[in-house]
Design a protein around this ligand. Structure first.
Ligand SMILES: Cc1cc2nc3c(=O)[nH]c(=O)nc-3n(C[C@H](O)[C@H](O)[C@H](O)COP(=O)(O)OP(=O)(O)OC[C@H]3O[C@@H](n4cnc5c(N)ncnc54)[C@H](O)[C@@H]3O)c2cc1C
Length: 470
């Protein structure tokens, strides 16, 4: 049988593409070599947020700040926590992925797919043997995998990735986290809040190096308050394991050497596209420097019948991007829609506590792009919601075009910032000005109110707010 669409992978990108095709009554086949659902549900978004929510519950109980309320915490039953996470993942995988394939009506073939000339897929079946799969269109949705930098001794020493760290049998006493960006920060805080002594090592000069420096400083302070040691501007040059303990050699600028020990080492230095088994050269699909499948703005590869979606494209690694890619390919492959995506208002969220959420340009990016901008930073001690919560650690930063007041970027560090940032996503997308935001209703005693208060500081003499303007 020749299908209308063959999708390689079964993650967010693959499912969105398959659903888009089935909604047009096209025949679809999906090939998956690992767990159905891919990264997000099995080893990414869902398990990490489930464990972070548990760790936050413990953190709140351990650090009660309300008068008259007493809580206490006991030891963590880590095995039970991991088992509970697995059960949740299985349920969501069933509801949101496996059952959906049945509902929409496509077959999932278990095996490893690779191209041969044609283009045709040759699938090495999980149960043995192989079979060809032929389709009018193909979608490469093979995702990404943890990347480990070339550090002397790393492979021999044995290390954790985000995937294996969330499958440990026992909570480690101590943990070195290499990498201080989103995944590194989330997992560092997760383990610290469960009771592990955590040290984060980041080669660049701050946590969350791509975000606003004010947010990095604030999170570094929060980490310090939570007992997490953060070492920035440091290169891990070698590692070795002695008597079960990891010993890392750290090189500081100027040549100073230090040693750091931990029971476990977690490498969280980014993820690289997965194309290993695909035999892309056979069908003329090209890859870039970081192994990403090169696509045009319509997500078509160098082979006109082959498309690529999600992490494998090297585009921003979020499941909502993967999903948008899959849907867009449905439009472009079957309706010739010529649709493209705009990442200008794409939200970025680190599910730390408080959360870091951002949209649009940082001040540095705006300046680099030649935007004559002006910025305000409002700390959360001016936000009623933070005051009643008795936790004012956080900030709002707005970057606006100086002459027009158009909002080009917003960063929020606050509890539930990931929810509140949605208002800023709309503002950036629809080119709202700070005056318009300042004059827009917002509900009192919410984190979202911080957006309006920060916007007011651009034009009004709000004496109470000690904002720094630049
Ligand atoms: C710890 C962690 C936390 C995250 N948290 C969030 C979050 O909170 N929010 C968010 O938006 N994003 C989050 N992400 C990112 C998100 O998970 C990814 O961006 C998204 O899942 C990518 O989806 P995808 O469809 O591109 O690929 P994947 O979901 O990775 O799917 C690719 C699939 O292809 C299969 N495959 C590969 N090669 C072959 C082959 N040759 N033949 C057959 N099958 C093959 C793989 O087995 C895999 O199942 C997180 C990621 C991690 C690691």
């Amino acid at each position: 049988m020749r299908y209308d669409l063959a999708v390689i992978g079964s993650g967010g990108a693959a499912f969105a593409a398959a659903i888009a095709a089935r909604r047009r009554n096209k025949s679809v086949v999906m090939i998956e070599r690992g767990s159905i659902g891919g990264t997000c549900v099995n080893t990414g978004c869902v398990p990490s947020k489930a464990l972070l929510a548990a760790a936050e519950a413990r953190q709140i109980a351990a650090n009660q700040s309300f008068p008259g309320i007493r809580t206490e915490v006991g030891a963590v039953d880590f095995a039970a926590l991991i088992l509970g996470k697995r059960t949740l993942v299985e349920r969501i995988r069933g509801d949101k992925y496996v059952d959906l394939a049945g509902h929409y009506g496509w077959q999932i073939v278990r095996g490893v797919a690779g191209f041969v000339d044609g283009p045709v897929l040759e699938v090495a079946l999980a149960g043995g043997g192989s079979r060809p799969v032929e389709a009018e269109h193909y979608v490469i949705a093979t995702g990404s995998a943890p990347f480990a930098p070339p550090i002397e001794g790393l492979a021999a020493c044995g290390y954790l990735t985000s995937t294996t760290a969330m499958e440990l049998d026992e909570l480690p006493d101590s943990l070195i986290v290499l990498g201080g960006s989103y995944v590194g920060m989330e997992l560092a805080q997760l383990f610290a809040r469960l009771g592990t002594r955590v040290t984060v090592v980041e080669i660049l000069d701050r946590l969350a190096p791509g975000e606003e420096p004010e947010a990095s400083r604030l999170l570094q302070q929060v980490f310090a308050d939570g007992g997490i040691e953060v070492r920035t501007g440091v290169t891990m040059s070698s590692v070795a394991r002695r008597d079960g303990i990891v010993e890392a050699t750290l090189r500081y600028p100027g040549g100073r050497i230090d040693r750091l020990q931990g029971q476990q080492l977690l490498v969280a230095t980014g993820r690289r596209p997965v194309t290993d088994a695909l035999n892309l050269t056979a069908v003329g699909v090209k890859t870039g420097n970081r192994g990403e499948v090169i696509v045009d703005a319509h997500l078509r590869t160098h082979n006109p019948r082959i498309w690529a979606a999600g992490d494998v494209t090297g585009h921003p690694q979020y499941v909502y991007v993967a999903g948008a890619h899959g849907a867009l390919i449905g439009d472009n492959a079957f309706d010739n829609a010529g649709r493209i995506l705009d990442y200008g208002h794409l939200p970025r969220i680190a599910f730390t506590g408080p959360q870091l959420a951002a949209v649009g340009l940082t001040e540095e990016q705006a300046t680099q792009q030649g935007v004559d901008c002006t910025c305000r930073v409002m700390t959360l001690d001016h936000l009623p919601r933070a005051l009643v919560n008795r936790d004012t650690r956080g900030l709002v930063k707005i970057v606006a075009e100086r002459t027009t007041g158009r909002i080009v970027g917003v960063t929020l560090v606050a509890p539930n910032a990931g929810d509140a940032i949605l208002a800023a996503v709309y503002a950036v997308k629809h080119q709202m000005t700070v005056d318009e935001m300042a004059d827009t209703w917002d509900p009192y005693l919410t984190v979202g109110e911080g957006l309006r208060l920060a916007a007011q500081t651009f034009t009004r003499n709000v004496a109470l707010l000690s904002c720094c303007a630049s």
